[in-house]
Design a protein around this ligand. Structure first.
Ligand code: NAD
Length: 474
């Protein structure tokens, strides 16, 4: 852990196991207590006064320096994070690149939008300032932890807050090492890291000197955080789960669509908030689509995350693995067709990790559990539809609303459907934001997929409060 700029070692720890080779221990991580949380928050509170007075330009320059350090650290850290998370190294390298970009673009947005703004009429002058909240708690999940952590640390610090990060016990090592390096650039206490599970998370959320909670994770935990934050009337910012639909229209070109949907569904073994989690295909072309997708996925190789032949690695942890397995059993019992595809990696010890082959579910009811829940695993239901009205109703019939995609040769038609989808984002003929989309679209979801937005100048607003001063001219 990192408290007041110093590493803290405790006499209790968790062993972080490689989910693709469970007999290998990647590292041991200290676990904290309520007292460590208290120490970290007090240190962050002491650091606040000095940090918020550091000129904006300097704070932004420090973020850019951190970006350079992170890019340099990536070579070693990619392997560490790959081993602890179970995700293949190419995907982790891409995540590090994005995290570096988050630090740089946040510095740019902050420079452009955080300076005080003045207004004037014939009688008065008005000054509008953007002020930090104080100590921010950033609670992150295990999937894509480096990028998700930087999405909290960068805007929090740019706005003059101090920040304490609680990584997930399921992938805490690379994040901690990166934050330790980052903290060396800053005064003690500006960044802190505390480790642990629910008890440490709850202590952090409930601490009276934490002014805001920025959380990325699942909806059940988010509800608990909201309850714990209520007594202190604290603000919350939530980036939560998704159940993204991919809507294939009649005129879609399957040669282009199938590989893109398959990648967006199975990357990180499907453990991505905005993975494609259900596909809707017109009844008229249903068999053709399922055939093409089956053929494509049949070539996937599931194996250890460090092996070059692996298309994707194991699932990250036992709880998630068991959840997906039981969802699969339940689905098979409903009479849907369950097809297990791909092959096991040749140098993988299959029974020594949380491995699962890619699985397609066809002839499935639109309201089946496997369709409407967030599976968060390598399992993809494909549902036929009869009409445009029906597919819009299917797409919206879930509590989630993060991303969504529409696949068609006619982008104007796709645009019209996009207007009807209840989600934070709709991608057309892709599933994920383009570089322009990342610069312009605030990231986040509606309904149970989140509260608030991340990235862009809009995302910065989660980390400051307004203060207005009104003064007469004469
Ligand atoms: P999780 O909700 O189980 O855990 C997230 C974090 O919360 C962990 O650090 C955990 O230790 C902590 N925590 C648990 N109980 C707590 C409590 N009572 N108080 C405070 N902290 C507590 O999520 P997970 O399994 O690690 O991650 C997967 C979920 O995250 C999925 O639902 C996924 O879709 C979502 N996610 C969303 C986004 C997004 O941008 N919308 C991005 C990535 C992941």
């Amino acid at each position: 852990m990192l408290v007041d700029g110093r590493p803290v070692i405790t006499d209790s720890w968790i062993e972080v196991k490689d989910p693709g080779q469970l007999t290998d221990i990647v590292g041991r991580v200290a676990t904290g207590s309520k007292h460590h949380v208290g120490d970290a928050v007090e240190a962050a509170q002491r650091a606040l006064d000095g940090w918020k007075r550091v000129p904006l330009k300097e704070r932004c320059a420090l973020l850019e320096q951190a970006a350079t350090h992170l890019a340099a650290m990536a070579r070693d850290m990619v392997t560490v994070q790959s081993r602890e998370s179970g995700v293949i190294t190419n995907t982790i390298q891409a995540e590090f690149n994005q995290a570096v970009q988050v630090l740089r673009s946040t510095a740019q947005y902050a420079r452009e939008s955080l300076a005080p703004v003045w207004f004037q009429d014939g009688n008065n002058r008005v000054r509008l300032e953007m002020r930090p909240f104080g100590v921010i708690a950033g609670i992150v999940p295990w999937n894509a932890p480096i990028m998700l952590t930087m999405k909290k640390v960068a805007p929090a610090l740019a706005c003059g807050n101090t920040v304490i990060i609680k990584p997930s016990p399921n992938a805490p090592i690379a994040v901690s090492l990166v934050l330790q390096q980052f903290a060396e650039l800053l005064p003690p206490g500006v960044i802190g890291t505390v480790h642990g599970g629910t008890d440490v998370g709850e202590a952090l959320v409930s601490h009276p000197k934490v002014r805001k909670i920025s959380f990325t994770g699942g909806g059940t935990v988010a509800s608990q955080i909201m309850r714990d934050a209520a007594d202190g009337l604290k603000g919350v910012h939530f980036e939560l789960g998704g159940n993204d639909p991919a809507i294939v229209l009649l005129d879609a070109k399957f040669g282009d669509v199938v590989p893109k949907i398959a990648t967006a569904a199975f990357r990180r073994s499907g453990q991505v908030c905005f993975a494609v989690k259900r596909v809707y295909v017109p009844q008229l072309r249903y068999e053709e689509f399922c055939g093409n997708l089956t053929e494509y996925i049949e070539k996937f190789v599931v194996g250890h995350q460090l092996s070059d032949e692996s298309t994707f690695g194991p699932m990250n942890n036992r709880t998630q693995y068991q959840f997906v397995q039981s969802l699969l059993d339940q689905t098979a019992n409903t009479g849907a067709d369950v097809q297990v595809l791909g092959r096991r990696g040749s140098d993988t010890d299959w029974d020594n990790g949380y491995y699962m082959l890619p699985t397609l579910v066809t002839r499935v009811e639109p309201s089946a559990q496997v369709v409407v829940s967030e599976q968060f695993g390598p399992i993809l239901p494909i549902v036929p539809y009869q009409s445009e009205a029906e597919v819009i109703q299917f797409a919206n019939a879930t509590e989630y609303g993060l991303g969504s995609s529409i696949w068609s040769a006619d982008v104007e038609h796709a645009l019209r459907i996009a207007s009807e989808i209840e989600a934070g984002m709709t991608y057309i003929n892709a599933h994920g934001l383009s570089p322009l989309g990342r610069m312009q679209i605030p990231w986040g979801g509606v309904k149970h997929s989140g509260i608030g937005r991340e990235d862009t100048k809009v995302g910065l607003a989660e980390y400051f409060e307004y203060h207005g001063t009104d003064l007469p001219l004469f």
